[in-house]
Design a protein around this ligand. Structure first.
Ligand code: SAM
Length: 246
């Protein structure tokens, strides 16, 4: 059995047994090989846009002897699959805005897909907004730490009443005396903030420190643009501090 990271294992844990998976941006096809070897997926399309990773994926699949179950395809985003070919799509290890663009460009190919398992490295909120705007219900969130880095994993399902369920999920609320606006819930994750695990709090403490350091640097500049940026950042810091105060 191939060895995969904690991050990829967590993604695999959210894929139903017997799934037909499309792994977009598969790189070395580690996830597809694991999914087939562990009996989670019956068929996987591993999509790659770049030549080097595409070669690595093909080599990996051949050396695992799984070419009959894993189809490595060259192409941009979801263009590598046909509508109704996959029931689950995974996109991991890219920025949130790239994941959002791949989903947006591949709306037709998402026909027949019931679950999305997404792991943006940054910009998780842009993925949450896209999901909510496009009829996907965010059903779970996970956070894992590995080698000093923190990863958020977003699981979204196609459900009949997604709009109503998302409305409730992102509705402004107060948790343990902390007031959380809809914008803050999109930024911080509606399940993750509720859980407020140690890994999660450490991540956001570090993010807050980064923003404060930028504000300190900008404070030296007097241009109207710099002042506006500083005000926006300071407002964001205040909101995050309010939301994360324990
Ligand atoms: N998904 C793997 C993981 O999480 O370990 C690999 C992540 S790797 C950092 C990102 C991969 O996505 C790269 O191999 C890159 O070539 C590929 N990629 C980037 N943009 C893509 C796109 N539009 N379509 C398909 N693959 C893409």
């Amino acid at each position: 059995m191939i060895k995969i990271s904690k991050r990829l294992t967590t993604i695999a844990e959210h894929i139903e047994s017997g799934s037909r998976v499309a792994d977009i941006g598969s790189d070395h096809a580690l996830l597809p090989v694991y999914l087939v070897q562990s009996g989670i997926a019956v068929k996987v399309v591993a999509g790659e846009v770049n030549a080097g990773p595409l070669r690595a994926a093909k080599r990996q699949v051949e050396s695992a002897g799984l070419a009959s179950c894993i189809d490595v395809r060259s192409g941009n985003g979801l263009q590598v699959i046909a509508p109704y070919e996959a029931d689950t799509v995974t996109i991991a290890g890219m920025g949130g805005s790239l994941i959002r663009d791949i989903l947006e460009a591949g709306r037709e190919q998402l026909s027949g897909v019931k679950r999305l398992v997404l792991q943006p490295n940054v910009g998780e909120d842009s993925v949450r907004y896209w999901l909510a705007d496009n009829g996907w219900f965010l059903s779970a969130e996970r956070i894992v730490e590995e080698d000093g880095l923190t990863y958020e994993i977003l699981i979204a399902d196609r459900v009949d009443n997604a709009e109503e369920k998302n409305r409730v999920l992102y509705e402004q609320r107060t948790i343990a005396g902390r007031s959380l606006s809809t914008a803050v819930l999109f930024r911080l994750g509606p399940y993750l903030i509720q859980e407020s695990s140690d890994i999660y709090l450490a991540k956001w403490r570090s993010e807050l420190a980064k923003r404060k350091s930028i504000v300190k640097q900008i404070a030296q500049a007097s241009s109207p643009e710099a002042q506006a940026r500083m005000q926006k950042l300071q407002q964001e810091i205040n909101e995050l501090e309010e939301a994360l105060s324990c």
